[in-house]
Design a protein around this ligand. Structure first.
Ligand code: GAL
Length: 666
């Protein structure tokens, strides 16, 4: 805790000559790193032939870490399997949607439900756990690499899917009803006839959205179970204080971190810059601020804490183009994860590799093996600064009241992502960015924001945002009702509650389960062509829209905050607000491109509830953590931070340059 954050680095001794190991490990320590991430893809070296384990080489590296006072984060190698496995057990690989087997040579192609693959994973993880589970230098374990709940159409997976369905539905009639198989003669007589829905072969029109939703759920459950399976093996053999985690991709739309039960916490990997344009003319060098913005809050909701396991150390090799980063950018990303509560940070990778698929990918050390890259220099600066901040850290700091007054939660359930993304209705709908825009709006107000599951306790939040929450049930709607009745301010947006948990429409009015809660009926939904302009009037301000518009009929006690101002339904409500008990429920029926309307509506709600707000520009994110205020700037313009006269700047200066960082206390 008093360490605030601990920093480490990925090192792959198997890529280098043994006579360089000590030099490299010493360098890692000299640069200021505190842990080394080992063995992630080294299965071939730990089990060179089936059943024959060799750990002497890894012992040497772990001992070197101990010698240089570095902790070790050990990884299970299940993401890359050795050649002997592919040769002797080809069934250990996934099959794609054309029933072609995966090959050896990259990551993440193991069939996680295949019994032979599982047996080999069990053996290697057991051996590793026995070898390093009581080693005092080893502080924790990372399972696998970037779990992604890959669609696997192999026979093993077909079988596992059928079993999953049988467990869920018990009878084939129940499955037929849930999947609506009466449509297009999809009807099944028994579970043996069921195969994984495969849009690769049936085509987009042949999709059954309910079957596909279940397939997504099955894939995510299988992924969660695979991680839990590894965690169980470790637990039986390792010291209590060694933690178990994994490193999800920052924006995971397949693996669901909430479907594991045995991990201590979840971390994420962050690659904000793949050469896409972001904010302003330098945005292509600064990266997409939403990556860490989202991931830091989302993964925290799993085990209460989180951290970043991989931060891009410079240009990568897989972007549409891979520019140099603006000086300061890596440090800014590190501060961003730290500001958002991160307890650990590390980077892929120490040395840039001189060969193979990722040879163009930056490391914190350049290709000569000894010279820090610009990203490496920034890591060193960060680690030095963190050491200084640790000295100023006063445990027990309480969040300032003005921030607590703005506390906001955003409800996130990956299942809504799956179902909406399958049936977007308009290609203008941006399924991932849509909820994230509310995160950005709340952050622009300077609010502390958590991204939470629907099961979380809402009572600690003054504002709860429910963006495009398509699938609901009555218990959830009741929970929302109670939250508002007790004084909470609920903001529900378009596309919410239009389906039950199986993805069927209600056999009543559109979004009927929430019509009482929002005090309005959703009469119809419109969307415009790209070039067309919808106009909305709120008080005397005009707003444009063309993505999505729910046309609302408010009850008589419900206020209409904004109305459509053109198209044939001009005058009908677009945003309504309803008092519920001591709180309020606002329904925003429209999705705009520039978010201006949504931002102004939220402003109204926050101010109406007595919360003050800031007005940070896009890309400037401000956090409070452990008594420190922190700001980062992803925009291409300078930003001058307003702070009280007594504020004490600890790092940076009042004017945040692009890629700049500011730390202060008040
Ligand atoms: C990550 C992966 C790493 C490395 C990196 C390259 O997604 O976890 O192993 O491949 O990408 O950017």
């Amino acid at each position: 805790m008093e360490n605030l954050i601990t920093t480490g680095i990925y090192y792959y001794p198997e890529h280098w000559n043994e006579n360089q190991w000590e030099r490299d490990i010493k360098k890692i320590a000299d640069m200021g790193f505190e842990f080394v991430h080992l063995a992630e893809f080294a299965w071939f070296k730990m089990e060179p032939t089936e059943g024959k384990f060799e750990f002497e080489w890894l012992d040497k590296v772990v001992n070197l870490c101990t010698k240089y006072h570095l902790k070790v984060l050990m990884c299970t190698p299940s993401a890359t399997t050795p050649a002997w496995m592919r040769t002797n057990y080809p069934e250990t690989f996934v099959m794609d949607g054309h029933y072609i087997r995966g090959e050896q040579g990259t990551r993440g192609l193991g069939s996680i439900v295949n019994p032979a693959y599982r047996k080999f994973v069990q053996a290697i993880v057991t051996e590793m756990a026995k070898r390093y589970g009581t080693n005092k230098s080893v502080v924790g374990w990372q399972l696998d690499n970037e779990p992604d709940a890959k669609a696997d159409y192999s026979p093993s997976s077909q079988e596992a899917f059928r079993q999953w369905l049988q467990g869920k539905y018990k009878t084939i009639d129940a499955l037929n009803a849930a999947w609506g198989t009466a449509f297009w003669s999809q009807w099944y007589n028994n579970f043996d006839q069921v195969i994984i829905p495969n849009t690769n072969l049936v085509g987009w029109w042949g999709n059954n959205p309910h079957a596909l939703l279940d397939f997504k759920r099955y894939c995510a459950d299988a992924q969660g179970a695979f991680l839990d399976f590894q965690a169980d093996i470790l637990r039986n053999n390792i010291l209590k204080d060694q933690f178990i985690t994994t490193n999800y991709t920052a924006v995971s739309t397949g693996a669901d971190p909430r479907r594991t039960n045995k991990l201590d916490f979840a971390t994420y990997t962050a690659y904000p810059n793949g050469g896409t344009s972001n904010i302003g003319d330098q945005g292509f060098r600064l990266g997409n601020g939403k990556v860490i913005l989202f991931a830091a809050e989302y993964y925290k909701s799993v085990g209460g804490i989180s951290g970043v396991m991989e931060i891009q150390p410079g240009p990568v090799n897989w972007g549409s183009y891979n520019p140099l980063l603006l000086p300061g950018t890596v440090r800014m990303w590190l501060y961003h994860t730290f500001a958002a509560g991160g307890k650990l940070a590390s980077s892929y990778r120490f040395r840039q590799i001189n060969y193979s698929a990722e040879q163009y990918h930056a490391g914190v050390i350049q290709t000569d093996g000894v010279t820090p890259s610009p990203g490496g220099e920034e890591y060193m600066q960060f680690m030095k600064e963190i050491k200084a901040l640790r000295k100023q850290y006063k445990p027990g700091a309480v969040m300032p009241e003005k921030l607590a007054d703005r506390s906001t939660a955003i409800l996130w359930n990956l299942e809504n992502y799956w179902t909406i993304d399958r049936q977007k209705q308009t290609w203008q709908w941006d399924t991932w960015n849509y909820p994230v825009k509310f995160l950005e709006i709340a952050k622009s107000f300077g609010a502390p924001v958590d991204i939470i599951p629907e099961t979380a306790d809402l009572s600690g939040y003054r504002f709860v945002i429910v963006p495009a929450y398509e699938m609901v049930d009555s218990a959830l709607v009741k929970k929302w009702q109670e939250y508002a009745a007790k004084g909470g301010h609920l903001i529900i947006t378009c596309r919410t509650a239009t389906k039950d948990r199986m993805g069927h429409f209600w056999e009543t009015g559109w979004a009927a389960p929430i019509s009482g809660l929002i005090g309005a009926n959703v009469k119809a939904t419109d969307m415009l062509s790209n070039g067309a302009k919808g106009d909305i009037l709120m008080t005397s301000t005009h707003y444009g829209w063309n993505n999505w518009a729910d046309i609302l009929a408010p009850d008589k006690n419900t206020a209409s905050l904004a109305v459509y101002n053109n198209q044939f339904y001009s005058g009908k409500a677009a945003v309504v607000k309803h008092s519920v008990g001591k709180g309020s429920v606002t329904y925003i029926g429209v999705d705009t491109d520039d978010s201006k309307l949504e931002s102004d509506v939220l402003q109204e709600i926050y101010t109406g509830a007595g919360a003050t707000t800031e007005h940070y520009p896009p890309g400037v994110y401000v956090y409070w953590r452990d008594g420190f205020y922190m700001a980062v700037n992803y925009s291409s313009d300078n930003y001058e931070m307003k702070m009280p006269g007594h504020a004490k700047i600890l790092i940076g200066s009042k004017v945040l340059e692009p890629g700049g960082v500011l730390v202060w206390n008040e």
